[in-house]
Design a protein around this ligand. Structure first.
Ligand code: HEC
Ligand code: HEC
Length: 287
């Protein structure tokens, strides 16, 4: 192809030889500020490749990684927190709660640990959720609201099959354990009558002897519950699984088995102590 370069008559600059529909391009040099910035960028990139991780499998002579950076910061944080954590580990939850400095730290740390580990089931303020997740912010306790009781529950959990000490007996599923569905219905009416929410007094009267025979051992004569077994109180209007007739029938016929993980193998002693103090302070803590 013939070289079509020519000198432009007006500017006196040579053209590139490209032409589109009669429009020609002047061959001006790059502005030098642009050119030197460009060279500087290349030099910077080359230096970066040598110093920092950039190409696959090339670490860079500084040995810097964001992961190292992070573990360093974490270790520093841990070292700073360690004296306080050691005190929180050594003290009992009751001692922590009695010491204003430890208590403040435990409440702040407990709140964070609760949001991370517990809120998914118990709600962000420990308010619980229907479906078997008890409120931790009221004074209705399955296993007790003293520091010791809460500490044990958190450590071992309930019905989790992972901790041999786990709390919680298993309620029988009465549809398969000797009651007809009509009897389940009657005893459900009786259960509802214990908290004054039943509708059918005749059915409740039929259910009363069934309750004495099948339920008293765990739930108590007046439905007061049993903390050693984790059998909930039935004569209040607080329900784990719902207090409408259909839910109560379902509970009695097929039973429920709420599972709470065991935390002693997942969280360190200081964190469990902080959580105990935090949960105790949510509203229902007992002496
Ligand atoms: C997977 C869901 C789940 C998670 C996560 C969970 N829990 Fe539970 N928790 C339960 C269930 C279900 C029960 C009720 C067990 C029962 O019915 O016997 C329970 C019971 C409890 C109780 C006993 C309440 C009472 O009335 O005696 C305490 C205290 C408790 N949880 C604290 C915690 C703390 C603290 C954490 C976080 C470290 C936590 N839970 C994480 C499901 C969970
Ligand atoms: C072996 C002990 C045991 C026996 C016997 C038993 N229960 Fe239970 N019951 C429990 C336990 C433990 C729970 C809690 C289950 C859970 O937390 O998942 C429970 C839960 C319930 C609940 C749900 C309460 C709520 O807050 O939602 C009802 C209702 C109930 N039982 C009624 C009965 C009736 C009626 C009988 C007799 C026909 C009976 N139970 C017999 C142990 C027992």
């Amino acid at each position: 192809m013939a070289d079509k370069r020519e000198t432009d008559a007006i500017s006196g600059v040579s053209t590139t030889g490209h032409e589109w529909d009669g429009i020609k391009e002047l061959d001006n040099p790059m502005p030098s500020w642009w050119l030197y910035t460009f060279y500087a960028c290349i030099a910077f990139a080359a230096l970066w490749v040598v110093l920092y991780p950039s190409l696959p499998f090339v670490r860079g002579v500084l040995g810097y990684t964001t992961r190292n950076d992070f573990t360093g910061v974490m270790r520093e944080q841990q070292a700073r927190a360690e004296p306080m954590l050691a005190r929180l580990r050594a003290a009992t939850p009751a001692e922590i709660a009695a010491d204003p400095e430890l208590r403040g730290y435990a409440l702040a740390g407990g709140r964070i640990a609760f949001a991370t580990n517990c809120a998914g089931c118990h709600g962000s303020g420990g308010q619980g959720a229907t479906g078997g997740f008890p409120s931790l912010a009221d004074d209705d306790w399955l296993y007790g609201g003293t520091f010791d009781a809460i500490h044990t529950t958190i450590s071992v959990g309930a019905r989790n099959g992972e901790n041999p000490e786990a709390r919680g007996v298993q309620m029988p599923a009465f549809a398969a354990a000797g009651l007809s569905m009509a009897q389940v219905d009657d005893v459900a009416e009786y259960v509802l009558s214990l908290s004054g929410t039943g509708g059918d007094a005749t059915a409740a009267a039929r259910g009363a002897p069934l309750y004495v025979e099948n339920c008293v051992a765990c739930h108590g004569e007046t439905g007061e519950g049993n903390r050693d077994l984790g059998a909930p109180r039935l004569n209040d209007r607080i329900w784990l699984y719902g207090g409408d007739k259909a839910s109560v029938v379902r509970t009695i016929a097929y039973a429920r088995a709420g599972v709470m993980p065991s935390w002693s193998s997942r969280l360190d002693a200081a964190t469990i102590n902080m959580l105990t103090v935090y949960v105790h302070a949510l509203g229902g803590g007992e002496r």
